[in-house]
Design a protein around this ligand. Structure first.
Ligand code: HEM
Length: 273
């Protein structure tokens, strides 16, 4: 079942009986346990408290500290005539948010976050390697005095969505085309029979909700993105640091995915630094 009409998308996101998709595999390693504990993947009564813990952490983030960390992490990657924007987008959001959260950035942090995200968000099979990465991440959050699941939720949500938003923002500098949404769709499952507009959705049916097509790139309803302001500020800061340093996207290098989102791009220096 697929919904893409704006009124139906909003109604589906606001419906209490369309809940986040349960884990796709039966695995009780650290990564899938973390997924089950995240607000993003929790339906029903447990959601509100889990969301509140993440919102509290996001609210505690100092946007000036975050902006400074984003500028520093970006500047550290600038230099030379040509840069890989996707590589920059892979590192900088994680490094900046980690610094703003007080998490130590070491050589393994970004790889560990991507190993966790691959399993939770990109459908990679759980593995001992990913579980070890998740355990190291939880320990880092604990050492920073943070509520570990909330901290992991922030790092998780900040990875692919923020990278996509950043690449879209950079591509828009040189492409007039309408920007594709960073998060095109989300999924829910019906926990009982549900009526959305003209659709009767039977219990246990999986529903694909085309939030991007409906003009809701940050979602809506009880799971609406609480990181929108922080993410937008972060992306603005990184993009401004890149352009202020004289780098611009090379139009012919921009590669799009099936949803029209830029996934590869070179940044070229226009001024001698
Ligand atoms: C600093 C970066 C970000 C943080 C900390 C963050 C945080 C979160 C959290 C905690 C949730 C789950 C809320 C819940 O289930 O109650 C969420 C959901 C969501 N976020 Fe973000 N987010 C960030 C960046 C982004 C970006 C850049 C986008 C897209 C442009 C985005 C789009 C969404 C969407 C669409 C949802 C809802 C998913 C659903 O309903 O299934 N987020 N975000």
């Amino acid at each position: 079942m697929r919904l893409d009409r704006p009124d139906e998308v909003r109604a589906a996101l606001e419906h209490a009986d369309l809940v986040p998709h349960p884990p796709h595999v039966d695995d009780d390693g650290a990564t899938m346990r973390l997924r089950s504990a995240m607000a993003r993947f929790t339906g029903g009564a447990a959601h509100a408290a889990r969301r509140a813990a993440v919102v509290e952490l996001i609210d505690r983030l100092d946007v000036d500290d975050l902006s400074e960390a984003a500028r520093a992490a970006t500047t550290a990657r600038l230099g030379g005539a040509r840069l890989d924007a996707a590589e920059l987008a892979r590192h900088v959001p994680t490094e900046a948010v980690a610094v703003a959260l007080g998490i130590v950035v070491d050589d393994r942090l970004v790889d560990d976050v991507h190993a966790m995200v691959a399993v939770i968000g990109r459908g990679a099979a759980p593995s001992k390697r990913a579980d070890a990465a998740t355990e190291r991440l939880l320990a880092r959050a604990d050492a920073a005095g943070l509520e570990p699941v909330a901290a992991m939720s922030v790092l998780y949500q900040n990875t692919d969505a923020t990278a996509a938003l950043l690449l879209a923002r950079l591509a828009a500098i040189v492409q007039a085309a309408e920007r594709a949404p960073a998060v095109p769709r989300t999924r829910r499952v019906a926990r009982c029979d549900v009526q959305i507009g003209g659709h009767r959705i039977l219990a246990d049916t999986e529903v694909t909700i085309e939030i991007g097509a409906a003009g809701l790139p940050f979602g809506a309803g009880r799971h609406a993105c609480p990181g929108q302001t922080v993410a937008t500020r972060l992306v603005d800061c990184v993009a401004d640091t890149i352009t202020d340093a004289g780098y611009v996207p090379e139009p012919s290098s921009v590669e799009l995915d099936a949803d029209g989102r830029p996934v590869a791009m070179s940044l070229v220096a226009t001024t001698v630094r």
